[in-house]
Ligand binder design. Structure first.
Ligand code: NAD
Length: 457
């Protein structure tokens, strides 16, 4: 798409928003239509996800389509309540008046999404943005072209032009979009690009949400139920072949249980993905050659404890476990693939200290049956969100905000938190005219001073 077309789309959105700010009824109507069209196009979306990432239909529904439908259902149910004015108390100093907050849309929103959950990460923020009354332009990833094409089709068959639009393209188009003025930018992607987005947004003082990644630790202490722990770690790490922002990036376990845990994890990999995951048609592939080559380079046969095979034609890497420490090459950047380094600690304080020396991760998982250890870890480490005795399931709860902290993210969404993200709350004092207390007006005197001190203390 060329720059003139991009400018036209933004201008049309501005015009649309200024002419017809979507009211609650319109938003509900459009959410219902979006829901219906996603349902009608489920097979198409699944096929696109199969082509882009070899996702099975079950995984595509469970981790993308179903999550979006669920968010729409939640918003349709709650939108009236979220969008209504909220009465607030009024201090005596403001008497006689009423006070309230009024949820208002920002206006024209830009949503930039990545390739790993290419449907969900484009459409779920859209659901929150339109629930809050905004119009939106989506820029899906160029690396998941089949899903991006389906998104474009879905959007153009659901929304009128100017309400929601799609801009296809890569860095060039995204850079041009970021040079324009938006009222809100919602970005999901790498920390490197997140920094660019924030810099560009600063030019226009545009508020941003940045949903980024990082190295999320998965701690296992000696009290953990190792069978169940292994099952849940294998699920969270190898879903979408490890290309999940909240996947456990590395395993950090008590040295006393390392061998037992490893044994259980290996058993679980075979149970969940078969003895030959590369031949398993339900096991996703790596998105492209560039990412595949980056991951293959990280596999060092000298440190491989399990797995390690890969297939250039299929772009598949089997679930792989490697010995590592914090200086290993694999520990220098977010892995974002099906390779799980395993590190050990002697005691939990050592683990907490090591984690806190690094960037604040998007997620943290602690497997332990010891309450003191659970509390100590979640209290002493900074991270976006996480689970005690599970992986990644904290994102499947509308009541919990999902987002990172510092390098792993700014802001959050999902459910009410998503509505709030795309909402500016106007504060209104509605003053009555039947009385006008003289206190605040000049000329001041001793009595006024005394009364002011009585009100403001
Ligand atoms: P990316 O940052 O490379 O790309 C994201 C988007 O930014 C794409 O639409 C792309 O076209 C655009 N983009 C890329 N380079 C750009 C540039 N120089 N200028 C302007 N725009 C640019 O990320 P990715 O590789 O698609 O996704 C992987 C990353 O996303 C990982 O770090 C992962 O942790 C993170 N992620 C985070 C979440 C989350 O919810 N927190 C979810 C999924 C992925």
């Amino acid at each position: 798409m060329n720059n003139i077309e991009i400018e036209e789309k933004i201008a049309r959105q501005r015009e649309y928003f200024s002419q017809n700010r979507p009211n609650v009824e319109t938003r509900i109507k459009m959410l219902k239509l979006l829901y219906k069209n996603i349902k009608l196009n489920t097979d198409k979306i699944c096929n696109a996800l199969k082509l882009d990432l070899n996702k099975s239909n079950t995984e595509a529904y469970m981790s993308e389509i179903g999550i979006v439908l669920d968010e729409i259902t939640y918003m349709i149910k709650h939108i009236k309540q979220f969008a209504s004015k909220q009465k607030e108390s009024t201090p005596l100093s403001n008497f006689p008046a009423k006070s309230y907050t009024m949820p208002c849309a920002y206006g024209v929103v830009l949503i930039i999404s990545p390739w790993n959950y290419p449907f969900m990460l484009a459409i779920e923020p859209l659901v929150d943005a339109i629930s809050a009354g905004n119009t939106a332009i989506i820029k899906p990833s160029e690396y998941s072209p089949n899903t991006s094409a389906v998104i474009q089709e879905l959007i153009s068959s659901t929304f009128e032009k100017g309400y929601v639009d799609v801009v296809l393209g890569g860095v060039e188009e995204c850079t041009y979009l970021l040079d324009q003025e938006f009222d809100y930018i919602f970005f999901t992607g790498s920390t490197r690009v997140g920094k660019i987005v924030m810099q560009k947004a600063a030019e226009h003082f545009t508020p941003v949400t940045l949903e980024m990644g990082g190295k999320s630790p998965c701690i296992v202490d000696e009290s953990a139920n190792l069978k169940l722990t292994a099952k849940r770690i294998v699920f969270g790490k190898f879903l979408n072949a490890g290309q999940t922002c909240v996947a456990p990036d590395y395993l950090y376990c008590d040295e006393k249980i390392k061998d037992k845990l490893l044994y259980e994890i290996e058993k679980q990999i075979v149970l969940q993905y078969s003895v030959d995951p590369i031949d398993n048609d339900e096991y996703p592939r790596i998105i492209n050659e560039k990412q595949y080559n980056r991951l293959v380079k990280l596999i060092d046969k000298n440190f491989t404890l399990f797995g390690g095979k890969y297939n250039d034609d299929k772009l598949k890497i089997e679930p792989t476990i490697m010995n590592a420490d914090f200086n290993s090459e694999i520990m220098q950047n977010e892995i974002f693939g099906p390779i799980l380094p395993i590190l050990t600690f002697k005691n939990i304080d050592e683990a907490i200290n090591s984690i806190n020396k690094h960037n604040k991760p998007l997620a943290l998982y602690i497997f332990s049956n010891n309450k003191t250890t659970q509390e100590k870890v979640i209290n002493s480490c900074d991270f976006g969100g996480g689970c005690i005795n599970d992986t990644i399931m904290h994102i499947a709860n509308h009541s919990l905000p999902f987002g990172g902290i510092k390098q792993s993210g700014i802001g959050s969404y999902h459910g009410k938190h998503g509505f709030d993200t795309f909402t500016h709350y106007k504060s209104i004092v509605h003053k009555a005219n039947w009385l006008d207390l003289p206190l605040r007006y000049q000329p001041f005197n001793k009595l006024k001073e005394k009364l002011i001190k009585l009100f403001l203390k």
